[in-house]
Design a protein around this ligand. Sequence first.
Ligand code: FAD
Length: 398
Amino acid sequence: MNKQFDVAVIGAGAAGMMCAAVAGQRGKRVVLIDHASRLAEKIRISGGGRCNFTNLHASPVNFLSENPHFCKSALSRYTPQDFLSLIKRHNISWHEKHKGQLFCDDSAEDIIRMLKAECDLGKVQWRMSCPVTDVQKADAGFVVQTSHGDIMVDQVVVATGGLSIPKIGATDFSHKIARQFGLKIIEPRPALVPLTFDAAAWEPFVPLSGISLEVDIETGDKKNKMLFREDLLFTHRGLSGPGVLQISSYWQPGTPIRINLLPEVDLAEDLIAAKTTTKKNLANYLSQYLPVRLIDGLLTAHAFDGNLKIADMQDKRLRLLAEKINRWELTPNGSEGYRKAEVTRGGVDTRELSQQSMMANKVPGLYFVGEAVDVTGWLGGYNFQWAWASGSAAGMAV
Ligand code: FAD
């Protein structure tokens, strides 16, 4: 059978569009297939609709993987500056928010339009609303079975992403295809996700819902400790906000997280010294550091009387309270799951892939890119940078 295309890219999201554009512009005949009717929904909803499209400080330390060196090659060959050049070429206005995070000034749609235009430049053919049911090895190349018929190609790039947000079309297709071809999968789980707590244990903190503040948040033991200084948000079911999302990627079920609600103050020392310098009661005194609603909630939840004068309190009680604020230890019972997770941790084991090309070592011609692969970025534009870098690496290699 005559092959109409050299390459099929399955999944027209961030990594898939980048890969198709790069391969198409190299002269490859590319077909880009997606089961969704709307293009790149995840880009559209990203960054609150403004797409945090990269991070100026992206480096391998910002990524989790069972094989942490794998991402180095692709990240070094397609950098945040490379993506920024593309953005500038398309006259998209952007701004830096904080910590190197770059966002569109107007809308994430700008990024989708740009990638679409880059694909058009590479004469990429589109198959949208076109579920892919299977990929089979043929004598020469692959047969991609779709609801619109079979497509014969030399090479296949799987760019169908992870499992987060199934309601906008996330599937386990990449994992299924990897398993079918005998490739190992690192057990996937939700990451960059709000954490939840046992309902009874959380009840005293429910009134704090909606409060947000900058904290130090950490997880892991001495050897593997991970710490972020970011905002935390109290919710009805637990904790969210950037700090919690970051730590959720590292958190292991059954283990505690530790939160310092007042990272700049050694509260035990401060409270004990205050016994001789202030006549204030506990709640009043703490209000110089923390929002009143948070203090009231915390004192009630930890059974402290805010009306007590600090001078009348025992050092031991003050130290206990300080520990609840400077080193609050609590154990989540789980997370909000793929419904709310921004990304999926785990995926195709990178030891199965070439770090240069993203091709499966034991299946020549079959590639995996983007979130499908066991490389997960921090919150802050890192996941898109991985999508661009891995997509570009495969696009250059096919
Ligand atoms: P995706 O972009 O998910 O694309 C996969 C594509 O494959 C989809 O179009 C899907 O329809 C298609 N597909 C799936 N299964 C099939 C199938 N069987 N057949 C055909 N097509 C299929 N990252 C950042 O860096 N910055 C941000 O601001 C940011 N914000 C986010 C906000 C939210 C709410 C979420 C959920 C994620 C956010 N992310 C952000 C993460 C980022 O969106 C992903 O890491 C990135 O989109 C992954 O790119 P990908 O191409 O691998 O997968």
